[in-house]
Design a protein around this ligand. Sequence first.
Ligand code: NAD
Length: 248
Amino acid sequence: MRLKDKVAIITGAGSGLGRAIALRFADEGARLVIAEINEAKGEETLSLVQQKGVEAFSVTTDVSSSAAVTRLFQSIDDRQWPVDILVNNAGNAGHLTPVHEMTDEQWHAVVDVHLSGTFYCTREAVKRMLSVGRGGAVINMSSVAALRGLPGGSSYTAAKGAISSFTKGVAQEYASLGIRVNAIAPGWVETPILENLPDEMRPMLVASTPLGRIGAPEEIASVALFLATDESSYVIGQTISPNGGMYT
Ligand SMILES: NC(=O)c1ccc[n+]([C@@H]2O[C@H](COP(=O)([O-])OP(=O)(O)OC[C@H]3O[C@@H](n4cnc5c(N)ncnc54)[C@H](O)[C@@H]3O)[C@@H](O)[C@H]2O)c1
């Protein structure tokens, strides 16, 4: 049990990668905080992790709201749980729109959730990690889009690129205090987020991946587990990209 009694907060844990990470961390004995905007999906994940016998609760949270994130962390404080691990995973694909047609609303709908949400949650988690003084791990969900660009998804590409840069800066601020901050930049992974893409794009996704298939959420969860444990004790400020070879 590599995460026995560690407290892990996972945003966007009601679906896809967040749920897979929650289940993997539950297998390793973590206590879990499910922070999800969609209450029903959050409750579903809660019930799945509780079936594994771990302590957990879910808080309906919109990570793009600073006030909502404050309430999320207040509910953790109310239980007197420390914060050991934060996974900033919540996100959406937004609308694929060329930049010259992108509205302010479309831009902010992506950047506010991915980038501001990552900032709000990291700020609150690090405050608590510092006050307990036993270090911690922050894992930010970037994307291969940050590395090679996603045409039509300039807001997504920009937000994910900024998340990788944020990761580097924050990692250097706290490395000496035992808080390790790293990012994951997945390639295409089979989750509901891909439903936003036109069906005719699917063969292109596979063709652009040398491994010849779309990834499984569990293949990203295992990278998150590595970054959450001391097995990655010398890994600081990195963006690790499990992507089937589409970007090397
Ligand atoms: N699936 C992929 O191919 C892929 C590739 C690279 C990166 N990612 C990233 O991985 C993360 C998870 O995506 P996924 O593929 O599991 O998608 P998903 O749609 O299955 O899950 C995203 C979850 O985040 C939640 N969410 C959305 N906005 C939120 C908000 N404001 N506050 C709290 N929760 C919110 C959604 O309700 C959903 O449950 C995202 O950051 C995404 O950009 C996914």
